[in-house]
Design a protein around this ligand. Structure first.
Ligand code: HPA
Ligand code: ZN
Length: 319
């Protein structure tokens, strides 16, 4: 087996993947037709076309708006996991979803979560892959909306929903805005993560760890701007769930040899590789490994280390 095949086939645990960002363009178009929703273009392949997080988030919301019935969530959750399995030998995933992108449109939280769980259960029985769920705070929501979201998650407690995360545009809305949401989640027994230092300085990592109580972090690139924070996260063995392609498109250059992930690894930080929003950035979990590993010059031993870091940082493997 050549190195590219090995990278695509090595069994993968994925900890940074957004459900709403995994909807196939064809399914997006079919669901829009099913619900009579007009899209901003005819060609499904061209719907996913943007070069900033702000443009991306608009399409992300448009995709979400086509998910209405429990069956829509079940179908797309199953397809999302199936793509991970077929394209990258996914064996376990902890997947984000944004409750308020749906509840604000009038879709009940129970419809969302039970549909997702239907899809995850089908994937577990047909594909042998377990998927757990992480409810994400949407940073552009108010602090009260986020806290109410957490209350709703806890009121509709499901074993499959194991954590709280945070996404959306980072620069305008810092993590300390959501202290109350994180306090409630911790009190309710949810595990904690957050997108941090995707598009903001290193102090956001410190806030997420020390103020919000996060156990692992998503992205983390701008931690490199502060050597003291780098030393601290190295000493504390914090795991960063990095996403090469999506962030190369939104923030960095296309050339992955220059991606901050390379320097993070050189600095001894613990990291995992993930697909983020795979079809929305024309990628998949196999391709993320196949592109990032050669660009960084990593060998098989380093690949093993990255895969095992994800096993180690996962919250529900083996339970
Ligand atoms: N960052 C911020 N918001 C997002 C992301 C991301 O990686 N994916 C989906 N929404
Ligand atoms: Zn993300």
């Amino acid at each position: 087996m050549d190195f590219d095949d090995y990278l695509r086939r090595v069994p993968k645990v994925e900890l940074h993947c957004h459900f709403e960002g995994t909807v196939r363009p064809q399914t997006f178009a079919e669901l829009a037709a099913k619900h009579g929703i007009t899209l901003s273009g005819d060609d499904p392949a061209r719907l996913y076309d943007y070069d900033s997080i702000y443009e991306f988030l608009k399409i992300f919301a448009q995709v979400s708006s086509t998910l209405i019935d429990r069956e829509d969530f079940a179908r797309t959750a199953f397809e999302s996991i199936e793509d991970g399995v077929k394209l990258g030998n996914l064996v376990y995933r902890e997947m984000f979803f944004n409750p308020t992108l749906h509840t604000k449109r009038g879709v009940p939280y129970a419809t969302v979560v039970d549909g997702l769980i239907d899809g995850c259960r089908r994937a577990e029985s047909e594909l042998g892959v377990r998927c757990r769920l992480i409810a994400d705070v949407y940073r552009q929501d108010s602090a009260n909306e986020a806290a109410d979201m957490v209350r709703e998650v806890l009121e509709h407690r499901r074993d499959e929903v194991i954590g709280l995360g945070m996404d959306g545009a980072e620069a305008p809305d810092p993590p300390e805005k959501f202290i109350e949401a994180y306090r409630l989640a911790k009190q309710g027994g949810l595990r904690l993560t957050a997108h941090a230092c995707e598009d903001a300085p290193a102090k956001n990592v410190t806030t997420c760890l020390d103020v919000l109580g996060c156990e692992r972090l998503d992205h983390g690139y701008h931690v490199l701007g502060d050597p003291e924070v780098v030393a601290r996260v190295r000493d504390d063995a914090i795991v960063f769930t990095t996403c090469p392609t999506a962030t190369a498109i939104c923030y960095f250059t296309d050339d992955l040899t220059e991606h901050p992930i390379v320097t993070m690894a050189e600095q001894g930080l613990r990291l995992t590789l993930n697909s983020d929003d795979p079809p929305m950035f024309a990628t998949d979990i196999g391709t993320e490994f196949a592109k990032m590993v050669p660009a960084a010059g990593w060998d098989r031993e380093r690949v093993r280390e990255i895969c095992l870091t994800a096993v180690d940082a996962a919250w529900e493997i083996g339970r």
